[in-house]
Structure formats: C-alpha cells, structure tokens
Design a protein around this ligand. Structure first.
Ligand SMILES: [Zn+2]
Length: 295
C-alpha cells in the first residue's frame, strides 16, 4: 500500500487529499506554511511515497490511518496529552482498541507492516488552546475528545480553516467504539465545532473540505443524526428482552458484511454506552441481571 496525494489550496492551507478521497486506510493531511516554519497535520499512508518537508508534525489522534506517513518525518511531533502514550508506543495504541489477545497481536502486526507504525517516544504533548505560531499564520489546538481521549482539531488563522479530523461527516456516522472512546464527549465535541465560525472545515476522510459554516453545520447535524438512528434501532430491538452479546450480534454500527476481530468489541462498547443512557432516561429497564428491554 502507498498511493499518492492531490493538493488542494484553501488560503494558506494546502489539503493533501489522500488516495481514494482519503477513505480508510488512507486519510487527508494538511500542509501549513508560515513565514518562519511549516507544519504537516496527520501524515497519512498517501505520504509514504513522498512527503513534503516540514519543521514539525501535528497529529489529530493516535490512530494508524493518521500517522502511517510519520516515519518520513525526523522532526518534532506533537499530539494531545490524552493520546500521547498511544503515539509513543504501538503497544499502548493497540491496547486502546480493546481487542481480545489474539486479535490484538494480529492488529499489532497490521499496524507495523501495513501502516508503518513505530512508537514515537520523542512525541510531545499539547493541550486545548495550544498555539503553534508559524510566522504570520497560527495553528490553535481545539480539543475534541470522544473518538479518542486526545482527539483534536486545529484552527488555522488568519485563513479560517478548521480541521475536524475524524468528526468526518461520513454516512458511517460518529465512531465511539474504542476502549477509550466516549459518546457523551463526542457529542460535546460536535457542539464545540458547530460554534466555531470558519470559512473552511477540513475532514480527515471522504468528505474532504466543506466551505461555509452553514453547510458544515447542516452536514454535522446529519452526521450526529446517526447516533439517534442507532438509538432508535436499539429501542426497537429491545421490544423483546435481550442480552448485551445479542445486541452486539444484531449490530448497531457495522453493516452485516463487515467482518473482523474489531466488530464484536466495538458493537459491544457502542451498545453498552447507549444502554447506559437509555436506562438512565427510564426508556430501558434491566428486567433481570444482564437482560434489557424497552420500558
Ligand atoms: Zn480515528
């Protein structure tokens, strides 16, 4: 795997659009140039064949598709504190997926062989609001947790370009199925994005760059609507009492043809989060230990 990227210009920001419009395993990267320094955001698999030079690298979060081209950069790399341990060590990154032992070993090999992931023990941590001044152009960290604990966007000024990473507006919808994911935080992060007035909103995958706040908000509402659809599907399935493994097998997230060791754990964690909130709202009851139905 490798591939190439295509450049698109938005003010002083260059989107390095990944192979197949940045669909996984690819992703979209950014190149941001100031008078004094240049940085790259999320060096993807499409940068492994040839990467533009940069003085530093910012990583939106510690997932393999966002760092597959990181090996091309022998420069300082920065990520949010919440994902720092995972970027420093591939073992920690794999553990955050929350997979059974055999699947974790296979995933570790996949990250090493197909995504060229090696731990970056030299990685540095940033927090919400950290500013990288490139000279006449700044990049400000916008912490957007939920997908991962450290998942972050970047606001580039004066251009008005907000990179929202894996709040990616795809029809798949929000992903909050890792061991470190959090549905409630994901929702708060979407609200935070909606409040930022930018000219462009860059996503890390197929939807690319969206122009204008109103169009972005419209698409964000649609994207967030997937959460509601999952919840409606769960409530319908719980017309009969069901266990968590039964709900996971029925699936709320992946389509039936999708296979892989990640499917069951992701479905289980996603369902558990929805069950917890529906139970708290009195819409679902636990009729006996481990058995759920609509109230
Ligand atoms: Zn991700």
């Amino acid at each position: 795997m490798g591939g190439e990227y295509t450049e698109e210009t938005y003010g002083g920001v260059t989107a390095l659009v990944g192979t197949r419009r940045g669909a996984y395993p690819y992703a979209n990267s950014l190149l941001v140039q100031g008078a004094d320094a240049t940085l790259v955001v999320d060096p993807s698999l499409s940068l492994t064949a040839g990467a533009p030079p940069a003085d530093l690298v910012l990583v939106s979060h510690a997932h393999e598709d966002h760092i597959a081209g990181l090996g091309r950069y022998d420069v300082p790399v920065h990520v949010h504190q919440g994902d720092l341990a995972a970027l420093r060590s591939r073992e920690v990154m794999v553990a955050a997926f929350g997979l059974p032992a055999e699947a974790a070993d296979a995933t570790d090999r996949m990250l090493r062989d197909e995504f060229h992931v090696t731990g970056r023990p030299d990685a540095l941590g940033f927090t919400d609001g950290t500013v990288f001044d490139l000279g006449g152009r700044t990049v400000t960290v916008v912490h957007l947790p939920g997908h991962t604990p450290g998942h972050s966007g970047f606001l580039i000024e004066p251009d008005g370009f907000l990179f929202v990473a894996d709040i990616d507006l795809t029809s798949f919808g929000p992903f909050y199925g890792d061991a470190g994911s959090d549905l409630t935080e994901f929702e708060a992060s979407m609200r935070k994005c909606a409040e930022i007035d930018a000219r462009w909103y860059g996503t890390a995958h197929q939807k690319g760059v969206i122009e204008g706040a109103s169009e972005f908000r419209r698409r964000l509402t649609e994207f967030a609507g997937v959460i509601e659809r999952r919840e409606t599907a769960l409530l319908a399935f719980l017309a009969e009492p069901r266990t968590l493994p039964e709900i996971a097998e029925h699936r709320l997230v992946y389509r039936p043809h999708v296979a892989g060791p990640h499917v069951e754990p992701v479905e289980r964690r996603t369902a558990a989060q929805h069950l917890a909130r529906l139970t708290a709202r009195g819409l679902v009851t636990e009729t006996e230990p481990g058995l759920y139905r609509t109230a």
